[in-house]
Ligand binder design. Structure first.
Ligand SMILES: [Zn+2]
Length: 358
């Protein structure tokens, strides 16, 4: 959504020092990249939908509010829209109870039968089933989302598309204190984020202790088990208190009590923005272009891995279409530039940006 006040930046010429507060924008109201969400129910053989909290709009609104409170803390300008309930899917009752081995065939079938399944190219597609993951005949109640960077590519013969789906068991609970942030976790996977105890392809995260060893019958307190294992790893590897905190609060971990204060590192947020621009742009109202005056590479594509060096280059790229964000790395940008269309400039949480003579 574009705010009328964003027109205030039209034609502004900035010859003097402009300070950008952390995550501030040039307009009085931030312009967000809104991610459209579309949910569908898989019906059973009697054409009945699954039942549970995540079949209700109230639960979804609370979960989206929780996820967006995180997005507000992260300061990257992303927001999830409340889901559009786009109907029910008949003829897929074999997936009403979806076991682990059916995940990839399910996604492939859903996406190649869009007319029947309500698949939308312009939204984050969520399918609600009765049971999800686990062995056939004894399925679990969990959530998963495929990775847009590679998922289906690893699963011949379904390797003609990259992953782009989220699936929830209707009654999924999540870890204690994380009942609502499970949506933020699964949507984090959808944005290309990987569990923090695996190789998450992010440079600034530490490798957490494997939480799955705690999620076993006979372990009396899974939450304490996971936390204590992470504490031991922190002591062993000499993590700082700040590193320990972001590890235990990370939304891509399985740690408990994440509804209120979950976190992501700057590297995870960079990866999110890049994956969104590269694979998921059709689902949202804009993309992110990065600027870093200190980029020693060519600076020719505006991804976080090779950001533009000039704000002007970022602005030119971002204003070619509407709704985009220019994310500027810390530093002083001694340049004059013209903004001729509405655009949002943001700085990361990691430092100050100044524009003009220092
Ligand atoms: Zn996960």
């Amino acid at each position: 959504m574009k705010s009328p006040t964003s027109r205030a930046v039209n034609g502004v010429y900035l010859p003097v020092l402009v300070l950008l507060l952390l995550a501030a924008t040039l307009s009085s109201q931030a312009q967000y990249i809104e991610i459209r969400v579309s949910t569908k129910f898989i019906l059973n053989g009697s054409s009945q939908p699954p039942t549970g909290g995540y079949t209700t709009s109230n639960q979804w609104r609370q979960a989206i509010d929780t996820a967006n409170a995180g997005n507000a803390r992260f300061g990257r300008g992303f927001r999830y829209q409340y889901p559009s309930f786009d109907g029910s899917v008949n003829g897929y009752s074999q997936y009403y109870n979806l076991d682990q081995s059916e995940a990839v065939p399910f996604e492939y079938s859903i996406r190649t039968n869009a007319a029947q399944t309500g698949w939308r190219a312009d939204a984050l597609n969520v399918y609600i089933v009765n049971r999800n993951l686990g062995p056939a005949g004894n399925e679990w109640c969990a959530g998963w989302a495929s990775n847009p960077e590679d998922a289906l590519a690893n699963y011949a013969p379904y390797n003609t598309m990259n992953g782009r789906i989220a699936v929830f068991c209707a009654g999924v609970q999540g870890a204690p204190g994380s009942e609502l942030s499970i949506v933020a976790h699964e949507f984090g996977h959808h944005m290309g984020l990987i569990h923090t105890w695996a190789d998450d392809r992010v440079a600034d995260t530490v490798v957490d202790a494997d939480p799955t060893v705690c999620e076993q019958p006979g372990v009396p307190d899974w939450c304490s088990c996971k936390f204590n294992n992470t504490l031991a790893r922190a002591a062993q590897l000499g993590w700082s208190a700040a590193v320990l905190r972001v590890a235990t609060n990370n939304i891509m971990s399985y740690h408990c009590d994440n509804d209120l204060d979950f976190d992501l590192t700057e590297g995870q947020l960079d990866r999110w923005a890049d994956i969104a621009r590269r694979y998921l742009a059709s689902e949202m109202t804009g993309v992110t272009y990065f600027v870093d005056r200190n980029n020693a590479q060519g600076g020719n594509d505006g991804y976080s891995t090779n950001p533009y060096r000039l704000v002007q280059t970022g602005v030119t790229a971002a204003t070619a279409t509407s709704g985009n964000i220019v994310m500027i790395r810390p530093g002083n940008y001694d340049e004059q530039f013209t903004i001729s269309k509405p655009v949002t400039l943001r700085a990361t949480r990691s430092g100050w940006v100044t524009i003009g003579k220092p």
